[in-house]
Design a binder for this molecule. Structure first.
Ligand SMILES: [Fe+2]
Length: 220
């Protein structure tokens, strides 16, 4: 299977003023696209990779450059869906209740998540995850690492690689983290919580590996 850049769920300027069109054009159109192209390139190499493996299965079973690029292809698809124009506010009750139970209050959860994101050294992500115990937790991952490979269900992600904010905020990661709260797509987060498993992005990203020339049309 080969993969394509999934459609961005909104226009390039839809997240302004928090995330500029220039940042989205670069982050989605260059970085995310690049991870997908590199994944496809690595899959072209003669390896034992089966043609029918989903992107999720590749992330879970690969290592090295293929893992890095496939995981980034998946993480970015997840991240775009975590954002929406005119979003933010508070999560719906089905999510607010466990957040309040596990973090004390929504405000405290925001502070803890923001701190976790601020504390990522170098490149990585902050995640809200649902543990197998049924409790929510906030974790961070480095570089391309992703909860997809573990037992936790990823619910919400914040990409704090410099490419996510440098054009808009230079080195002020905190300003980007603060802006993030006005963009959180709680519907997507709730969907992940309800499903109790990571989303499967392969159907929207897969394209045929059939490179054969089309059948000639019948002679008239
Ligand atoms: Fe990124």
């Amino acid at each position: 299977m080969r993969f394509q850049l999934p459609p961005l769920p909104y226009g390039f300027d839809a997240l302004e003023p928090h995330v500029s069109a220039e940042t989205l054009e670069t982050h989605y159109g260059k970085h995310h696209k690049g991870y997908i192209e590199k994944t496809n390139e690595l899959l072209e190499a003669p390896t034992a990779w089966q043609e029918d493996l989903s992107l999720e299965e590749i992330v879970k079973t690969s290592s090295g450059p293929l893992f890095n690029n496939a995981a980034q292809a998946w993480n970015h698809t997840f991240f775009w869906n975590c954002l929406a124009p005119s979003a933010g506010e508070e999560p719906p009750g089905e999510l607010l209740d466990p957040i309040t139970r596990d973090f004390g209050s929504f405000a405290h959860f925001r502070r803890l998540f923001s701190q976790k994101a601020a504390d990522v050294f170098g490149s990585g992500y902050a995640w809200l995850v649902l543990e197998r115990t049924g409790r929510l937790n906030i974790v961070s991952t480095a570089n391309a690492d992703t909860p997809l490979v573990g037992d936790d269900v990823p619910l919400l992600a914040l990409d704090v690689w410099e490419h996510a904010y440098y054009l808009d905020h230079r080195n002020e990661r905190r300003a980007f983290i603060d802006a993030f709260w006005d963009l959180v797509n709680w519907d997507f987060v709730s969907e992940n919580f309800r499903r109790d498993s990571a989303p499967n992005f392969t159907p929207m990203m897969a394209r045929s590996t059939n490179h054969r020339a089309p059948e000639p049309s019948p002679a008239h």
